[in-house]
Design a protein around this ligand. Sequence first.
Ligand SMILES: Cc1ncc(COP(=O)(O)O)c(C=O)c1O
Length: 295
Amino acid sequence: MKELVSINDQIYSIKEAKISVFDRGFLFGDAVYEVTRSYGRIFFQIEDHIDRLFNSADNINMNLGRTKEQMIAHIYEIYKKIDIDNIYMRIQISRGDGPIGMSPKLVKTPNEVIYMYPFQPSPGEYYSQGVSICVTERRRNAKRALDPNIKSGNYLNNVLAFIEGEKINAYETFMVNAQGHVTEGTTSNIFMVKGKTIITPPEEYDILKGITRKIVIGIAQNEKFKIEEKGFGLEELLDADEVFLTSSTREIMPIRLINQNKVSAPGAATRILHSKYKEFINDYCKRAASTHPWK
Ligand SMILES: Cc1ncc(COP(=O)(O)O)c(C=O)c1O
């Protein structure tokens, strides 16, 4: 098979895959999810993604009904049905389906959906020339309202920001906090480069702790950049030497235009970090191929 959807351990074609209209993910966004991709049949940083999935579930009082190891083994078991080396994988788990009502007690077991289909890489010119982004005035959900670290099935905050960016043909849109500081994109984290210093919003901000973000910080430190995790507004961003975004499916992507103002892209620092990031992926995949029990 080239693509499939697993729903509660049953395999379906993409066309056949359906869940109940009473599912709480559909009704309330009462769900958690993760996305990663495989490189040559290895799911990159799968342990971190599954840790984050369990953390999201814990934070909404949802029991996923498996251990982390069982979850990874289960994902690899499903992958055996697919004969594509590089795939996109999304795991989406809702609290379940049952009578309509707020109480989670109305449902018994979660609905687990795993999507696997061929990974579509972003066009090469996005990396060679950079992309255009929007920094909107829309606030990111505050931690105390709906913590962005809960990677939940409720992305309406992000969708609304994205719609605003689309009006100026932005590829990605970044939201701000109450101080007007940039937080994160709808599905990515942000970095700026000033000389030998790399600056990114701190974890205490209303952001998801990106797995790519963490790796990039480690690589930048190894490459003798100074790392500063601190807040900044649009003005400072426009003044940066280089700006880039990070995510598991896009790796490190340079930014060329911010609210239609030109910034340099892609600069030397972004190039170095991306090439080191690719080495990191290769090392991880080599190591995982010989040590992962699940394969
Ligand atoms: C809101 C948000 N921020 C940041 C990211 C980047 O996270 P990661 O690097 O773990 O893919 C994502 C990924 O989808 C996201 O949804």
